[in-house]
Write a protein that binds this ligand. Structure first.
Ligand code: FAD
Length: 546
């Protein structure tokens, strides 16, 4: 039997040479990941048309190999390639399938293919005068808009929940039986899309739920199909905008901080996007260098933290959020927030005098503590860009905190996977109440140091009643002890966390295989549905499918 790469090259004779990689080339390009996992690939292929993908599916069924689709392949901390069975795996790279199709500029509806990155969409909107924001994430400019929505990722612009903003999905269903029966097309569209006989077919792009059973959601955190296009509803650039950074120096004020966030999000829904709350260590990991050196496998001491916090003027907790709306509304909400934040030590406004003066002074005298201030202002500026939908790499240096080989450098496109950063995310949902959050903070601070992992805490409030925490477990990927500690740490957080009611909203590919139980009804139903969409089980069989 010919090798898989030979089958592909015999079939796709018109592809450019660089679109088809053999096992060795594929391993070099696609396997590096922040989890320290190894994956076997037999080949990789880059395709750009629906018809080529359909033919690839046919080949996979005939020859019994697996397809692992990726869009930008940057699922850092979670893994882009899922574990699979004993069959050979072909990586399907969709990065070059990157068309952007305007649906309605007036309504802010736009369709993107898998390869469209945050930067590409941002440039398109800017070049074509679309007054809308790109749904960016902390992962930055090189990441796919579509894949992040399929992962049900979130950001901090007003359309925080990225899948919630997806109105329409087009996908190739890997079951040829459907192709025969449904007007000879392999492309799925919703019940509304199939009824619409107009040329423009607009309504399906603006209505998420279709008609009858809602199917589109099955394409997220799953492997039912290959998604080729999504239409997203963009958030309009507001007439008025300001970001706030609220510093809280007293650790005892965590309860008041949580109440502030909950009430603010409830009272100003639609005006304030989401709110981030970060602890001192997390802030330091963003703005300072690791005092132990990036090669060390040890946590910062209290003395080191105190010294760094003083030098960088970092508080115990910091709240970050933005107000979007008409100028008058922003002004009114700003004054209410200022009053409500009275319990805190300082509130910095992006349009305030403090930032303007700070920039002036630190630009004029960029040394000593002003140098640290300048770095911080730069980070604040980039944070503000993110809240306005401009992709930035401001969050990425975090992944390099324990990487002794490569320094983070925002002047180039950073890639924590190819730079061999070690990172696993623990991303649990937490019940929104003061006591639980206090308990969670103590739990993280007690657990991660046992494994020599720095406890870096961020809470993102997606709604007033829904809070997700992202704990980056950062380790030196080339240190076997550190890697083992990182996995053990994640395991304890996951298992002990479940007992306290903290449950991940997203998991890395190894956890998906190891901790999810095939016995529970939820996953049994997923398996049955998967068998309908993909009866030969050829699309990433191990992805969220225990
Ligand atoms: C410092 C840092 C900050 C981060 N901040 C955020 C953040 O703010 N929010 C957030 O959500 N994430 C964040 N991440 C995590 C992650 O890097 C992003 O979510 C990233 O966008 C996901 O990778 P990707 O878009 O390249 O997806 P890919 O790796 O391309 O795909 C992810 C998965 O989706 C499936 N898939 C992809 N495309 C298709 C398709 N067309 N059809 C079918 N299945 C497909 C694949 O099987 C794959 O397993 C962060 C990571 C780091 C290191």
């Amino acid at each position: 039997m010919p090798a898989v790469s030979e089958i592909l090259s015999n079939h796709f004779t018109n592809l450019p040479k660089e679109s088809l990689l053999n096992a060795e080339q594929a391993a070099q390009k696609y396997v590096p990941n922040t989890l320290g996992e190894s994956f076997l690939l037999s080949a990789a292929i880059s395709l750009t048309t629906h018809e080529d993908i359909r033919q690839l599916i046919e080949l996979a069924i005939t020859h019994g190999f697996i397809l692992q689709p990726v869009s930008s392949g940057n699922n850092w901390g979670y893994g882009s390639i899922a574990h699979s069975d004993e069959r050979e795996v072909v990586l399907l790279d969709l990065a070059n399938m990157n068309q952007i199709t305007p649906i309605s500029k007036e309504l802010g509806l736009i369709s993107v293919q898998p390869g469209v990155t945050q930067q590409q969409l941002y440039d398109y909107l800017k070049d074509n005068d679309w007054p809308y924001m790109t749904p960016v994430t902390g992962a930055g400019p090189s990441c796919s808009i579509l894949a992040n929505a399929l992962e049900r990722g979130y950001g901090i612009t007003p359309h925080t929940d990225h899948f919630a903003a997806v109105n329409k999905i087009t996908a190739i269903i890997p079951n040829p039986e459907f192709w025969e029966n449904s007007a000879k097309t392999c492309l799925y569209e919703s019940g509304v899309g199939t009824l619409d006989l107009s040329n423009e077919k607009v309504v399906d792009h603006s209505f998420k739920w279709g008609l009858g059973a809602y199917i589109d959601g099955l394409f997220t955190q799953s492997s039912m199909a290959i998604v080729t296009d999504i239409t997203i509803r963009l958030a309009e650039k507001p007439e008025g905008f300001t970001s706030f950074y609220i510093k809280i120096n007293d650790a005892e004020k965590l309860d008041a901080t949580v109440r502030f966030i909950r009430d603010t999000l409830r009272d100003f829904e639609g005006i304030i996007g989401s709110i981030n709350l970060m602890d001192k260590r997390r802030l330091l990991a963003m703005v300072a260098e690791n005092p132990n050196g990036n090669g060390s496998h040890s946590v910062m001491t209290d003395e080191q933290i105190a010294e760094l916090a003083k030098k960088n003027d970092v508080s115990e907790w910091m709240i970050a959020g933005s107000i979007y709306g008409q100028k008058g509304v922003v002004k009114a909400v700003k004054s209410l927030i200022r009053k409500r934040a009275g319990f805190a030590n300082q509130t910095i406004w992006s349009d305030g005098l403090l930032i303007k003066l700070g920039k002036l002074v630190s630009n004029l005298f960029p040394f000593g503590f002003l140098k640290a201030a300048k770095e911080q202002l730069k980070a604040l500026d980039e944070g503000i860009d993110i809240m306005l939908g401009k992709p930035q790499q401001v969050a990425l240096p975090l992944a390099y905190w324990r990487n002794p080989r490569v320094q983070p450098d925002k002047s180039r496109i950073m890639n924590p996977a190819t730079d061999a950063c070690g990172l696993l995310w623990y991303a649990p949902l937490i019940p929104m109440n003061e006591e639980k959050i206090r308990e969670f903070v103590a739990f993280i601070r007690k657990t991660t140091p046992k494994y020599k992992i720095e406890p870096l805490i961020t809470f993102t409030n997606l709604k007033h009643d829904c809070i997700d925490s992202t704990i980056p477990i950062i380790f030196d990927l080339h240190n076997p002890e550190a890697r083992q500690n990182a996995y053990d740490c994640l395991n304890e957080l996951y298992e002990e966390g479940r007992k306290r009611g903290y449950v991940p909203y997203r998991m890395n590919v190894t956890q998906q295989r190891e901790v999810l139980s095939a016995d529970v009804m939820h996953w049994q139903i997923v398996k049955s549905i998967k068998a309908v969409f993909d009866p030969n089980n050829i699309i990433a069989p191990g992805r969220y499918n225990p």
